[in-house]
Structures are given as C-alpha cells and as structure tokens.
Ligand binder design. Structure first.
Ligand SMILES: Nc1ncnc2c1ncn2[C@@H]1O[C@H](COP(=O)(O)OP(=O)(O)O)[C@@H](O)[C@H]1O
Ligand SMILES: [Mg+2]
Length: 365
C-alpha cells in the first residue's frame, strides 16, 4: 500500500487548518464550489517532487490575507514502512522537506512517494501545446523512475544557461562545452526514461481488462530526430550553435519532444476525439501507470483525480471506481455532491469539506 494516513494542512491556501484521518481506502471529497477540495489535492501532490498539481509557487499557496507561510504534514504508509513527512514554506520561500524529523529534499521525497494526477485543465491536454503532454508523461516517468526529477532539473538548469549564452551571442566554444555535456547526459536520461514509460504504459494496457479505451502513444520530435545517444545529443547541440544563436534558444533535445496519442479501436488521433473520449484516454493511461507500478513496486501510486466524474457517464464512472478499488490505490477524488460517489458505497472514505471561520471541517461519513 502507498497511502497518506494522516494529513494536516496549516495556513495552506483557503485552509487555516484542516486535519484528515485516512485509512487507505480511496478518498472521495465533496463540498460546494470553492470549499477547498482541489486545495486538499494540491496539498497531497506536494508529497512528491515539484510544484504540485497547479504548478504554483510556494508563495501563491500561502493563505491570504495573513501571508506568512504554510505547512503540510503527513504520515505516509509505504509498502514496507511508514514515514512522517513535513513540507513547508516560510514567507513564501522555496518549500522545504523533512522526512522522519530529518532535513531532506524533494529528490528523496520522490524515492518514497509517487503521486500522479488528472485535473480539469488537462481536459484539453491532447489539443493544447506539447509542453502539457511532456509534463504529463514526465510525471508518469517520475513515478517509474524517481531519478527522473533530478535529470529534469539538471537539464533545465543547463539549458537556461546555454540559452543565456546564445542570447548574449557568445561564440567561444569553451563556454558551451560544460553546459552542453550536462544537457547531453541529463537529456539522454530524460529521453530514455520517457521511452521506457511509454513502453510500460502500452504494455500495461495490452494485458488489461478495462472499460477504458486503449491509448497508443508515440514520442516524437517537433522537428527532426531526437539524437539516439548522449554523445549524439552533445554533438547535435555543438553543431546547432549558430542556428540556435539566431533564435536565442536551443532547438534540439528532449524539450522538443511531443507525445502523440491515438484512440486505438477507432484509429483516431486523441486530439480529434470528443472531450469525453479524450478524458477516457487519460484515465486509461493513469490506470495503466498504476497497474504497471503495482506489478513492479508492489503498490500503485497515489492518484489525484480532480473532478474526474464530470465527463464520465454513470457506467464509466462505476467502472473507474471498480478499477481503482481492484488496484487498491489511494485515489483522491473530488466532486460537488456526494451522489457522484454513490457507486463506491463503503469501498471509499467519503469526506465533506465545509468551512467554519477558516477551520476546515473535514467530516468523515
Ligand atoms: N493563497 C490563498 N489564500 C486563501 N485562499 C485561497 C488561496 N488560494 C486559493 N484560495 C481560495 O480557495 C478557494 C478555492 O479552493 P478550491 O480547492 O479550488 O475549491 P474547490 O472546492 O471548488 O475545489 C477559492 O475560494 C480561493 O479563493
Ligand atoms: Mg476544485
């Protein structure tokens, strides 16, 4: 099992204080618009590396108007042990992490906790810019390989540095060698991890009996080819300097990749599917991710499915609940009314979020 069993939010977004006691079952949260449901899912998402499901800065998460800082605490039940995790931001500065009362970091967090999410803004994932699809795939790759976070950070830092050199029209090769070597190593690792994630998602769908449509995935480059080895990528960067200098940014590497989805049984590109079908494909991939991880790690990731019921008809919704329960995943789901979760019965913990003078009342039924 991988699940949060205790969660406390302090001064986090709309929650002055909220305490949740969880028992490992899926968590269905309902409450009025603006009650703070998504804020709770965002809090859970911060128990994995990165900026969380809204990609917000630590400063944005500070509860206003006080604006001092926020803190999240949780007990994480992992397959072989429990961890006490705290993550917080002081005065909106970059968030910090403590695991079992020792100073730690986000990379270490990624080693013990895997969190994957679907949020309403992803309803347009297949039709919008490639960046969103890369991010979606990276989150899944990270769940398979915790070191993916490190590779991504290293790559982005090196690329920012290279882009700065390009903008400043620096021509001396010596300045580029170190950053391009870093981009080569990290970039190749990112690409390999993505390819492997795609492969694992395809395989996990192949074997599955599921009510959700099979999504085929292709990782492509927006232009040209992705260099096949670390050395090839370093060479491509060196050879592309003059071209890149004209545009002031790097035009080769994994930041130019795109994820193309296909609704297999219809032979239609995901971006041409109906809104409901596009959502179903994403659900399919999240479930495939969970199945693959259960097979390799013994536990599915924590799933955050914000407003997931919105585009699913009652039959699909019931099928989703059945699959989540069969996987044994701690899936956090939100909706405005309890009736959306009726099919779950006692298989889930149903919580209602209300508000009393800032103290969020999270009532378990
Ligand atoms: N930093 C913040 N400080 C205080 N309130 C916030 C902050 N960020 C968002 N909110 C409030 O949180 C509420 C939205 O919460 P959300 O979790 O998205 O609601 P929902 O239950 O509809 O998912 C809004 O009323 C918003 O104004
Ligand atoms: Mg919401």
């Amino acid at each position: 099992m991988l699940a949060l069993t205790e969660l406390t939010l302090s001064h986090f977004r709309s929650h002055l204080r909220a305490e949740l006691h969880l028992d490992g079952r899926p968590v269905a949260i309902h409450g009025k618009n603006g009650a703070g449901k998504t804020n709770i899912l965002e809090a859970v998402s911060l128990f994995s590396p990165g900026r969380g499901l809204r990609r917000a800065s630590a400063a944005d998460m500070v509860r206003r108007p006080e604006g001092l800082g926020w803190k999240l605490k949780a007990v994480l039940q992992a397959p072989d042990q429990a961890y006490e995790i705290e993550t917080w931001s002081e005065e909106g500065a970059a968030r910090q992490v403590r695991i079992d009362n020792k100073a730690s970091n986000q990379i270490a967090l990624g080693q013990i906790c895997r969190v994957v999410w679907l949020v309403p803004v992803m309803d347009r994932l297949w039709v919008e810019a490639a960046e969103g699809r890369r991010r979606f795939l990276d989150r899944i790759a990270l769940s398979f390989d915790p070191s993916h976070a490190e590779a991504t950070l290293t790559y982005e830092k090196a690329m920012r540095e290279r882009n700065r050199l390009l903008k400043e029209q620096v021509r001396d090769a010596a300045w580029y060698r170190v950053v391009e070597a870093q981009m080569g190593t990290a970039g190749h690792r990112i690409h390999t991890a993505r390819c492997s994630a795609v492969q694992r998602l395809i395989e996990a769908q192949d074997k599955a009996e599921t009510a959700f449509p099979t999504a085929h995935l292709d990782l492509v480059q927006s232009e040209g080819e992705m260099p096949q080895s670390e050395a090839d990528l370093v060479q491509a960067l060196a050879e592309g300097r003059m071209r890149d200098m004209k545009v002031g940014r790097s035009l080769v590497g994994p930041h130019r990749s795109d994820l193309i989805g296909t609704y297999v049984h219809k032979g239609i590109a995901a971006k041409e599917c109906s809104t409901g079908e596009q959502k179903a494909l994403l659900v399919s991939l999240i479930l495939a991710n969970a199945r693959a991880l259960t097979a390799s790690e013994g536990a599915p990731p924590i799933l955050l499915l914000d407003e997931v019921a919105a585009h699913l008809d009652a039959g699909r919704r019931a099928a989703l609940y059945d699959e989540i329960c069969a996987l044994g995943a701690q899936a956090w789901m939100t909706g405005t009314g309890a009736e959306l979760f009726a099919e779950l019965g006692t298989r889930a913990q149903v919580l209602e979020v209300g508000d009393m003078e800032g103290i969020s009342q999270v009532v378990s039924r």
